[in-house]
Design a protein. Structure first.
Ligand SMILES: *Cc1c(COP(=O)(O)O)cnc(C)c1O
Length: 382
């Protein structure tokens, strides 16, 4: 049997092993080692004049961002509904309340019109939301011209969830740097990985310094343990940072490979009418973390589940898009603004294998399964 083709698997072809070996020889395995500093500094060329601190997950980075903006019990925070649960869960950890907003068709990210409608309605109810969580889903930048203008107009800060969009940019500005605070994730399937990890980003040095303090158990800088605040154990260790540095050194390559995975699929599948791909809007540059397709069942003759199972039988992993949070039981009763864009995109969508090290041969195998299904479906349609 041939090897399965996975959705998004990591690739350690750089200096990861060498760096990890180096840390293991040192007494500094936890936070505070030299690799942590090197890893953090390695982001400067991408995010400058913003800075970054490395944390132990993207989820804890979102939690930290909310804490730094003073979000507490009873507050409301606006959040894109079409996203992974980790964008919204930290709001609930704090006893605060999410308000979900629909996506727009161009970018699949938060719809500026629905966002403003949500803000106006919350204000009318006498509630001013404390923050807006914007996600760059699947690596595609959100429509920041409009979203930043709304954030400024209503003086509500943005937290940019750039967990999936390290290496993406909009009008030449890197994703992660559009809000008061931003976050990256270095989970196993993301564009670069530290096994598990994340980062908090800001251009406000004081705020980030406060984040570092709170993420290190709010430990005062004295030789014994004295605490003036309740902190968190959220800092990244030196071992994952060593791995992260090896990964970060090859970021450009990983992004250009994922982008060519996308263009290869477009070429390989161009005969399959009924399938469409998400285009970049003017000014947008996507890292193409995952290649996603939309299936118009009436034209293609098959839906996402038929395609997913056909791929699965050929040992190819594909996955539905993130299920919008407002559709899910865990978030029942949470206010939602917008129409049914996110829901429609979700129902027609599928993520295809998109690892940076995916070969053209593997992609051809994936495309053959899709084209076979298309042929069978169109014969049975006649
Ligand atoms: C992966 C992801 C996160 C969470 O990151 P972790 O490092 O897994 O905690 C948050 N938001 C989005 C959109 C993600 O894809």
């Amino acid at each position: 049997m041939s090897k399965p083709i996975l959705l998004s698997s990591p690739n350690l072809e750089g200096n990861e092993k060498k760096y990890i070996e180096e840390v293991l020889q040192s007494p500094f395995l936890a936070a505070g080692g030299s690799f942590l500093e090197k890893f953090e500094n390695g982001f400067s060329p991408i995010i400058s004049p913003y800075n970054l601190i490395a944390l132990n997950s993207g989820t804890s980075a979102i939690h930290m961002a909310l804490v730094l903006l003073g979000v507490s019990a009873g507050d409301e925070v606006i959040c894109q509904s079409f996203t992974f649960c980790a964008s919204a869960n930290p709001i609930i950890y704090l006893g605060a309340k999410p308000v979900f907003v629909d996506s727009e068709e161009d970018t699949w990210n938060i719809c500026p019109i629905a966002l403003e409608e949500a803000i106006k309605d919350r204000l009318k109810l006498g509630i001013k939301p404390k923050a807006i969580i914007v996600v760059d889903l699947f690596g595609m930048p959100a429509k920041y011209d409009d979203i930043c203008a709304i954030s400024e107009k209503y003086e509500i800060p943005i937290i940019e969830d750039a967990a999936e969009s390290l290496g993406s940019s909009y009008r030449g500005k890197s994703c992660g740097t559009f809000g008061k605070l931003g976050i990256f994730s270095f989970n196993g399937n993301k564009i670069i990985t530290t096994g598990g990890g994340g980062a908090l980003i800001s251009d406000d040095v004081k705020l980030l310094e406060r984040g570092k303090y709170l993420a290190t158990q709010a430990r005062e800088k004295i030789h014994y343990f004295e605490h003036h605040a309740i902190g968190y154990n959220y800092r990244m260790g030196n071992v994952p940072a060593a791995m992260g540095l090896g990964q970060l050194e090859l970021l450009d390559e990983k992004v250009s490979k994922r982008r060519s995975v996308f263009t290869n699929y477009v070429k390989l599948l161009h005969l399959c009418t009924g399938l469409s791909f998400l285009e970049e809007i003017e000014g947008a540059y996507s890292n193409r973390w995952l290649t996603t397709i939309q299936i118009d069942e009436e034209v293609s003759g098959f839906d996402r589940e038929m395609l997913r199972t056909a791929l699965e039988s050929a040992q190819i992993e594909s996955r539905y898009l993130w299920q919008p949070l407002h559709m899910q039981l865990a978030y029942k009763g949470i206010p939602y603004y917008g129409a049914d864009n996110a829901e429609n995109i979700f129902k027609k969508g599928l993520c295809l294998p998109s690892s940076a090290h995916l070969t053209l041969e593997d992609q051809t195998i994936v495309a053959k399964v899709i084209l076979n299904l298309y042929q069978k479906a169109s014969i049975s349609n006649v």
